[in-house]
Design a protein around this ligand. Structure first.
Ligand code: GLP
Length: 254
């Protein structure tokens, strides 16, 4: 059963949907993706990596999301991995979503990752996305420290695509594909918060008890760069889909 929790002033512009469990959240998220993209002339889906959106991607593949003309834009990518490294986000999205949907790599757009990343290359990526007429729907996860993409706490709300250093917690949380957190690359290239906020609609997914505290802070705490995900409340069209566990610390009636 989905509970729709409409917002008070704090959550203006933001629909909060609470699903029973992660499966139901994924099913709901997949429906939102389908509905949003079906209205777009040349659909562009912004994709996040991490464990959270995986079930949603599986659902989209199972339902046979129409991929005619669909383009995917990645939020971030590690710096320093070989181009075809399976642990990279581009390879991950290719495996989890693009290949099963029949989307060729040239229709998947990822931030640049050369070790000597220049601002011109980062601006080039942003231009590439603008030429696609921007992102129709951006899927977001939330890090346990409130990061979105790889915008760590303290990232400016008007930040753009750039190289960043990953925090020890983020490296720890992303080490499953690596031997240990020491083997996770130190740096990544990420869309900035300002870049992300330009997507026409945002869909933030949060599942599991480990996301409960940060989700409550992001949605009901102050809108502050200390919690990068709180920036989504500045966007006029946001849907947050959480499962009961992640929603556990949210006010009972928002
Ligand atoms: C990574 C990604 C984020 C993602 C976050 C949460 O750091 N760069 O885009 O949202 O992890 O991941 P998970 O869904 O595995 O908790």
């Amino acid at each position: 059963m989905i509970r729709e929790v409409y917002s008070t002033r704090t959550l203006e512009g933001c629909r909060l949907l609470v699903a029973e469990d992660a499966d139901e959240a994924a099913s709901l998220a997949a429906s939102i993706v389908e509905a949003t993209l079906s209205e777009a002339a040349s659909p562009v889906l912004g994709v996040a990596t991490g464990a959270t959106p995986l079930l949603t991607y599986e659902m989209l593949v199972r339902r046979g999301l129409s991929s005619h003309d669909l383009r995917l834009v990645l939020l971030d990518e590690y710096i320093g991995l070989a181009p075809n490294d399976e642990r990279g986000f581009a390879a991950t999205i290719q495996r989890q979503l693009a290949s099963p949907l029949g989307i060729s790599p040239d229709r998947v757009h990822a931030p640049p990752v050369s070790r000597t990343l220049t601002s011109a290359r980062c601006e080039g990526f942003e231009r590439e996305v603008r030429i696609l007429d921007g992102v129709d729907l951006q899927i977001l996860g939330i890090g346990q420290n409130g990061h979105i993409a790889f915008n760590e706490p303290g990232s400016a709300f008007d930040s753009r695509t750039r190289a960043v250093l990953l925090s020890p917690l983020t490296k720890q949380n992303n080490c499953s594909m690596f031997g240990g957190s020491d083997d996770v690359p130190e740096r990544a290239c990420t869309q900035g918060i300002g870049t992300i906020l330009e997507a026409r609609r945002l869909l933030l997914l949060a599942t599991g008890a480990q996301k409960a505290a940060i989700l409550a802070r992001a949605l009901f705490g102050s809108i502050d760069p200390a919690v990068p995900a709180s920036a989504i409340r500045l966007h006029p069209d946001v849907v947050v889909v959480a499962d009961t566990e992640a929603a556990r610390l949210l006010p009972a009636t928002a």
